[in-house]
Design a protein around this ligand. Structure first.
Ligand SMILES: Nc1ncnc2c1ncn2[C@@H]1O[C@H](COP(=O)(O)OP(=O)(O)OP(=O)(O)O)[C@@H](O)[C@H]1O
Length: 272
């Protein structure tokens, strides 16, 4: 029998219980290709576990760095936590309101201006029109996209979309803040601003879930690291041990470098 929130103390923020999510890898694009492949007895798709029997519990106020190679399942896990995706097996329990930036531009209406999207997006997060009005200057100020605020969001660069999305997310009252590679786009001053804001969020006692490939920012921001490898949770614990685990796992794999200190300059500048 699956548990309910009542089975956990009030200090528990997120419970992920034996969660799996399966996707299909399709080998052919057109109906004709699929038909021909089937007639030849070839496989047309392959299922794989993007998240594979993952379990962990997060206490309110913990700041978690979620790490792993490209495609290891981090974004999928975050989507399962914020409820935009449902697990195929297992369950996810969360306490309180969740905000954050998962996919750049997600939830934006491309034909509406940045200004209108602020109201729309904030409403989705549960803010009243008056609350959004009160916070509008903070949101626009943080996004700092100048006159583009009145252009359709569909014409924004990915950096601009991310600035606006992050600016809205940090102005929503939440108990759990999810940030998926917010630092991957955006220029250096904006990244620094985001880091400072996330530190503020962490220090205010909210639960922070931060996806990053950058060891330095995870070390600065987090008190616990989870590492995913092909959908499986292969490490859950201390930050330094988690970073060492990532580097030791396979030094020969060039992609591992992304999880190391080499990312530091690239992502945040040498002095962070
Ligand atoms: N909607 C989907 N349909 C099919 N496959 C998907 C879908 N979403 C993700 N995947 C696949 O699931 C796997 C995990 O993807 P995910 O985006 O969670 O990885 P990630 O660890 O966040 O990667 P990255 O570091 O590159 O952002 C990948 O192989 C990806 O191609």
């Amino acid at each position: 029998m699956s548990s309910t929130a009542k089975d956990y103390p009030a200090s528990t923020s997120i419970v992920v219980e034996d969660v799996s999510k399966t996707f299909s890898l399709r080998f052919h694009r057109t109906f004709k290709q699929v038909t021909v492949a089937k007639l030849r007895g070839q496989r047309t798709r392959e299922d794989f576990n993007a998240v594979d029997h993952v379990s962990f519990t997060v206490e309110q106020g913990e700041s978690i760095g979620l790490m792993g190679l490209n495609g290891s399942g981090k974004s999928t896990l975050l989507k399962l936590v914020n409820g935009t995706m449902r697990p195929d097996t297992g369950q996810v329990l969360t306490r309180g309101r969740i905000a954050g930036l998962i996919a750049t531009g997600a939830g934006f209406h491309p034909q509406l201006s940045g200004r209108d999207n602020i109201y729309l997006n904030a409403a989705v997060f549960g803010l009243t029109e008056q609350e959004t009005k009160d916070r509008f200057d903070d949101i626009a100020g943080f996004a700092d996209i100048g006159k583009h605020l009145d252009s359709p969001v569909g014409n924004y660069s990915s950096g601009m979309g991310s600035r606006l999305g992050f600016a809205i997310a940090i102005n929503v009252d939440c108990d759990i803040f999810l940030a998926d590679e917010v630092l991957a786009v955006g220029d250096r001053p904006f990244k620094r601003k985001c880091m400072e804001k996330m530190e503020e969020i962490r220090d205010s006692g909210r639960t922070l879930f931060y996806v990053s490939h950058a060891a330095a920012s995870v070390r600065k921001m987090c008190d616990r690291v989870l590492v995913l490898d092909e959908g499986r949770l292969v490490f859950d614990g201390d930050v330094d041990e988690g970073l060492a685990f990532l580097n030791d796992e396979d030094d020969a794999d060039p992609r591992k470098v992304r999880a190391g200190e080499e990312e530091l300059d690239e992502e945040l500048g040498a002095d962070v």
